[in-house]
Design a protein around this ligand. Structure first.
Ligand SMILES: [Mn+2]
Length: 226
């Protein structure tokens, strides 16, 4: 294992580093699995999938999942030479903010631009509490002590390996969101290598969209029954 796996069902997914990995796995809940294999070279992967325990997302779960997926797709599209590391988060968090705004979760009168304002906004951070990316290598958070100009403010260059992992987290006791969203925590994390003209998703072999995840679970369950 590349790091302590996080296996969090239901509301436990809303605790960012649920490494106790206990709790019931209930039909109708989601289970978030953040795990990576370290290979003989000592380099590690860092991948998260959020799966519906029943095999099918509920409408509310799918709405949250698809929002996170859209944010991730936008973040991945920002992984290209010429962009800065921090542009990945900026691209993904805008999509998250747009969805929260469309769902009416931002305070009255707060626009997407308002919440994205670094000094006077950031209302969305209640539900997306971490960065979208980190470098990945020998350490799961590789070079995390690097200076700002060498990390957050640095330009992406071919060969860099990064994670892209937006999420949305609605705690079971969060009275600011509709009841149907409470207890839903979703993160989707993939590993990409920056190429000459964009990036390649190294973990694309594992289904990512909600429809592909459902088809994946159905396939595994059918094989298990055989
Ligand atoms: Mn990660």
């Amino acid at each position: 294992m590349g790091y302590e796996s996080i296996c969090a069902a239901g509301d436990h997914a809303n605790t960012l580093h649920w490494i106790k990995n206990d709790g019931e796995v209930r039909e109708g809940d989601l289970i978030l699995v953040d795990a990576g294999v370290e290979v003989d070279s000592l380099f590690t992967a860092d991948i998260t999938r959020t799966l519906p325990v029943s095999g099918r997302f509920s409408d509310a779960q799918r709405r949250v999942y698809d929002a996170v997926f859209a944010a991730q797709e936008t973040g991945i599209a920002a992984c290209r030479p010429g962009n800065k590391f921090r542009d990945i988060h900026a691209a993904a968090i805008r999509v998250i903010a747009e969805h929260l705004h469309a769902w009416g979760l931002l305070p009255d009168g707060v626009s997407v631009e308002d919440t994205l304002d670094a000094d006077h906004g950031q209302y969305h951070r209640r539900w997306m509490v971490h960065g979208t990316s980190h470098h990945l290598g020998l350490d799961v958070h590789d070079c995390q002590l690097a200076l700002r100009e060498d990390y957050m403010d640095a330009e992406l260059t071919p060969g860099m390996i990064l994670t892209v992992e937006p999420g949305l987290y609605f705690k079971a006791d969060d009275l600011l969101v509709p009841e149907e969203l409470r207890g839903i925590g979703v993160r989707i994390e993939d590993d990409v290598v920056v190429t000459e003209d964009g990036c390649e998703v190294l973990s694309a072999g594992m289904p990512r969209s909600s429809a592909d995840v459902e088809a994946w679970i159905a396939r595994v369950q059918a094989e298990a029954r055989r």
